[in-house]
Design a binder for this molecule. Structure first.
Ligand code: SF4
Length: 387
């Protein structure tokens, strides 16, 4: 006899794939964001129910197929525990219980979470644009006011820095000739009505600090050398705040390494090493470059023939400073044993439960491209989805 509950369903909604388990009273949803999912496969290794398999990681990322996601979740095998949500380094999975975000595995069993050590020292930070530009994951929130230019309602440039400008006119020298006010909207020469009583041009030179940007045009143009402008910067720092959004940060350290004032510290969540056997790499493939969420893999700039000195030019390379050892490249690479990934540690906070230690063991098992070493002496072909 068919049971009425639980009922399962899976549907797509925009960039999301929503798995649903309907119990008598509760509704559990596991939501996969297919756009931010990199196909690293960490969720598949971590899932205690083996409900997650890898999809066509490279093809999906290259846009060759639009009918699949980098991973596939079996909504019936899933126990909606939230382990995959915790372990996803890209925040691509969300678990909802009766419409509310929840993580039962953390709440009930004390499963540990990644220890995201990211800081920006606001005193050292000069609010430049480098971290925002280099970050491959939109993880930098740079809240600095817009200054005049193309943005409507932006602040005037003179307000960028807190500065004090002083303008003085030597009344003895000034003839009220009006040249300064012709050149600058900050100056108004207010002449008094011409009167035989004075028999000369008299009046005031009125200056508006808000309109003055200290350019010194008035000083240069005054034929009597009557004007002095002095500008003292009181605070040479842009106002605003720059922050790292930990939920988007994959700990690649692009910002940390490139920050010109050494204001940023980011620690990677995985320790270990990755090797590329570039000799075996089919030229022109570059799938790993496309899938790398940390922008760590690159096609080296060709060397001039005279500089090669008999060496073979590598067709692909990785900058280990930025590699986060997520494994997306290993899963996407179509060549055998080209990429080898060896994780040796995972930085987490909270108690390392038995379940976590099992997952850690799996994640720390070395693997290579095309074939995966599930355990010693046991090799498993990478799973491929057909539709
Ligand atoms: S570590 Fe990488 S992902 Fe995180 S904020 Fe810095 S650049 Fe972005």
């Amino acid at each position: 006899m068919d049971t009425f509950f639980p009922k399962f369903s899976k549907k797509r909604s925009g960039v999301n794939v929503i798995m649903e388990q309907k119990l008598l009273k509760n509704v559990n949803n596991l939501i996969l964001n297919g756009q931010t999912c990199t196909g690293c496969g960490i969720c598949a290794e971590a899932c205690p129910e083996e409900a997650i398999s890898l999809g066509l990681v490279g093809a999906v990322r290259r846009g060759v197929v639009d009918y699949a996601e980098p991973i596939n979740i079996d909504e019936k095998k899933c126990s909606y525990c939230g382990v995959c949500v915790v372990m996803c380094p890209f925040n691509s999975l969300t678990l909802k219980i009766d419409g509310e975000e929840a993580l039962p595995i953390v709440e009930r069993e004390g499963f540990p979470e990644y220890d995201m050590a990211t800081t920006i020292d606001q005193d050292k930070c000069v609010r430049c644009t480098i971290c925002e530009d280099v970050c491959p994951r939109d993880a930098i929130s740079r809240e600095v006011p817009a200054f005049e230019g193309t943005v409507e309602g932006a602040l005037e440039r003179q307000t960028v820095l807190a500065a004090k400008t002083t303008f003085t006119v030597d009344d003895e020298k000034c003839t009220r000739c009006g040249i300064c006010s012709e050149l600058c909207p900050a100056i108004d020469v207010k002449r008094k009505p011409f009167s035989a009583e004075f028999g000369a041009v008299v009046g005031d030179v009125v200056w508006d600090e808000k309109l003055c940007d200290g350019c010194q045009v008035c000083v240069e143009a005054c034929p009597e050398e009557a004007i002095t402008v002095e500008r003292a910067v009181e605070s040479a720092k842009l106002t605003g705040k720059v922050e790292i959004l930990e939920e988007n940060c994959c700990t690649c350290r692009w910002c940390d390494i490139n920050c010109p004032t050494e204001a940023i510290t980011v620690e990677k969540i995985f320790e270990g090493d990755i090797e590329f056997n570039a000799d075996k790499c089919p030229a022109g493939c570059s799938t790993c470059v496309e899938v790398c969420p940390a922008n760590a893999i690159y096609l080296p700039t060709p060397k001039a023939a005279k500089d090669l000195r008999g060496e073979n030019e590598p067709v692909i390379a990785v900058n280990k400073d930025f590699c986060i050892l997520c494994g997306a490249c290993v899963n996407a690479c179509p060549g055998e044993d080209i990429i080898t990934l060896r994780r040796t540690g995972i930085r987490v906070k909270g108690k390392e439960t038995d379940l976590f230690l099992k997952i850690k063991d799996k994640l720390c098992t070395p693997r290579t491209s095309m074939v995966k070493e599930a355990a010693k002496d046991e090799v498993e072909l990478k799973m491929m989805e057909t539709a």
